[in-house]
Ligand binder design. Structure first.
Ligand code: HEM
Ligand SMILES: *[C@@H]1O[C@H](CO)[C@@H](O)[C@H](O)[C@H]1NC(C)=O
Ligand SMILES: *[C@@H]1O[C@H](CO)[C@@H](O)[C@H](O)[C@H]1NC(C)=O
Ligand SMILES: *[C@@H]1O[C@H](CO)[C@@H](O)[C@H](O)[C@H]1NC(C)=O
Ligand SMILES: *[C@@H]1O[C@H](CO)[C@@H](O)[C@H](O)[C@H]1NC(C)=O
Length: 514
């Protein structure tokens, strides 16, 4: 039964239903049966054809119950991926822990959005809300249990050099220090909705927290929806989590415990406090992107192959740096020109392994289709590490672009003057095996996956090197894989961030808010 959207009308209708049937059923029962306030007809989430579909609420519930997973207790952002239309990140510090705990319990917990709620439009709130805490935030709340994750315990600032950041001069000043106790994520289809919810919450929490920093993210406009600022479709290859979604061809399949703490497949399951179960470590990184500079580099250095125009040669260079064309089509399957039909086909656009028939992966030198240094090959080497694919280093990416479109002035001057980039978010049960590993051991390592292939040209930097130090990348020229390409601009500049833990709703109810 659908009830009207107006809260007043719904109340009136409910009241009359209630009086008719009050003897048989309590109002609470009625409440749990029908969506009392159908708040949405339009989703909070984007849905490009190229990205894996989210499971239907029914399918997810069935899969979850088969592995004993409670999707009503898991915060909604964790398993959803890069799909928000608008998202506001609000970073705060706790000024009065006792009062904050009371508000957390009475005011925040009831409006936290669960996984189940995000999966059907009719259950989505106007603005979805999630919360996560840093180590210093847990400490402020008197939580003394170790979560068993040293990177989380130390905080991201301590990890800056380890991640390849050239110091913290470019960091947002508010990320330098340990003053950020938590982050609240607001997701909706309009910036206004996010702001309204923030204003309301700030009023509620007024004498318990202090705003430290905030960042508004938004899917890019028009046909760029789902694309990051360099222009490439994102959010294609997130893992399929057992007990949640059904894998598409080529999608990695990960155990529940590789994303959720305390679940089957979490290697540290025995050393986690019980309350940490079904939480996940949230990495936040503000990654500035120098889009005009990136485009200039491509324009200045087209790959020259007979039959390709200079423009096509530039596009090919960009595609080889990423490993996918702007449409999302993988260069492994479409090595010379973009193939938007392939890009948009979720059943085919992730169906490859980098294995070359007849060649042993361990000594393969073949980069004619995809360079070893390409962003997607660095961060998921697939068959390069043997088959079946290594399953230890997968993350659930859930970021969103921030900042305006490139202005005509920036495009013509080929210089960034307004900041834009990726509000990078990813979830995993173990930072040392997830984000930190991907960044440090793979992307920043000139000798991964083979000696001398260079760093990831999108996000990689040799540890300890100064900003814009020359980066020598192998394999970008398909005619001569041994010809190195030297990059003298960091097209992605880390503005820092923090490591957080996004707890289950029951952890908030029973542990963090008491
Ligand atoms: C501004 C910075 C970044 C940009 C522009 C960017 C862009 C992209 C694009 C266009 C894709 C291909 C679409 C897809 O497969 O979903 C991708 C995939 C991916 N990225 Fe990034 N990314 C950035 C930062 C990062 C960081 C910091 C990490 C982790 C350390 C990361 C890890 C991954 C992973 C794991 C994949 C999927 C690889 C696969 O499964 O094939 N990215 N990224
Ligand atoms: C934290 O613990 C200390 C020592 O037990 C106590 O004095 C304080 O009231 C606690 N604070 C909160 C917010 O629970
Ligand atoms: C996926 O790739 C395999 C191997 O190349 C192929 O046999 C299969 O038909 C592909 N699946 C789809 C849906 O294209
Ligand atoms: C690659 O390694 C395999 C053994 O792992 C060997 O049989 C093969 O000859 C090697 N191929 C090349 C080109 O070195
Ligand atoms: C390939 O590039 C290397 C390094 O720049 C160079 O020494 C070699 O001559 C090139 N090979 C061809 C066939 O152009």
């Amino acid at each position: 039964m659908r009830l009207p959207t107006s809260p007043l009308l719904s109340l009136a209708l409910l009241a009359c239903l209630a009086s008719e049937q009050a003897t048989a059923r309590s109002l609470a029962e009625l409440n749990s049966r029908a969506p009392v306030q159908p708040r949405r007809t339009d989703s909070i989430l984007i849905d490009p054809a190229a990205q894996p579909n989210l499971p239907s609420a029914g399918a997810a519930e069935k899969a979850a119950s088969s592995v004993g997973l409670n999707l009503d207790d898991i915060q909604g952002d964790i398993l959803i991926g890069m799909k928000k239309k608008r998202e506001l990140f609000f970073f705060f510090s706790i000024t009065d822990a006792k009062k904050f705990k009371a508000k957390l319990n009475k005011e925040i917990l009831p409006i936290l959005t669960t996984t189940t709620q995000l999966l059907s439009v009719s259950k989505q709130p106007v603005t979805a809300l999630n919360i996560a805490f840093s180590q210093s935030g847990l400490t402020a709340l008197n939580i003394t249990d170790s979560l068993g994750d040293p990177a989380f315990a130390g905080g991201q600032l301590k990890d800056a050099a380890n991640l390849g950041d050239p110091g913290t001069a470019d960091w947002v000043p508010q990320f330098v220090g340990t003053k950020i106790h938590g982050v609240i994520l607001f997701a909706s289809d309009t910036v206004n909705n996010c702001n309204n919810e923030l204003t309301k919450l700030k009023r509620t929490l007024s004498n318990t927290i202090k705003e430290v920093y905030s960042l508004q993210g938004a899917a890019r406009p028009g046909n760029q929806e789902g694309h990051e600022h360099f222009g490439f479709l994102d959010g294609i290859s997130n893992p399929a989590v057992q007990g949640f979604s059904t894998p598409l061809p080529g999608q990695s399949v990960v155990s529940t415990g590789s994303i959720l703490v305390g679940e089957e497949g979490d290697n540290l399951i025995d050393s986690r406090p019980a309350w940490a179960k079904d939480g996940s470590f949230l990495v936040f990184r503000q990654l500035k992107q120098l889009v005009p500079e990136f485009n200039k580099f491509l324009t200045d250095n087209p790959i020259r192959i007979r039959g390709l125009t200079p423009k096509q040669g530039s596009d090919l260079l960009g595609a080889r740096m990423v490993g996918r064309w702007k449409s999302g089509a993988p260069i492994e399957l479409s090595p010379r020109v973009d193939n938007p039909t392939l890009g948009a086909d979720r059943n085919r656009n992730n169906n490859f392994t980098f294995a070359v028939p007849g060649q042993d992966v361990a000594n393969s030198t073949d980069q004619t289709r995809c360079p070893f240094s390409a962003h997607i090959r660095k961060t998921r080497p697939r068959a390069d590490l043997g088959t079946p694919e290594d399953s230890a280093h997968h993350i659930m990416r859930a970021g969103i672009p921030y900042g305006p479109e490139v202005t005509s002035r920036e495009a013509s001057s080929k210089k960034t003057s307004v900041e834009r980039g990726l509000a990078f978010v990813c979830y995993q049960s173990n930072l040392a095996a997830g984000f930190q590993f991907l960044q440090r051991v793979w992307a920043d390592n000139v000798n991964f996956v083979h000696r001398g292939v260079g760093v990831d040209p999108i996000i990689g930097r040799a540890t300890g090197s100064p900003a814009n130090a020359p980066r020598v990348i192998g394999g970008l020229d398909p005619r001569n894989a041994s010809r190195p390409t030297t990059l003298t601009t960091d097209f992605v500049v880390s503005q820092g961030g923090e490591y957080f833990f996004a707890p289950s709703l029951s952890a908030i109810r029973n542990t963090l808010s008491v």
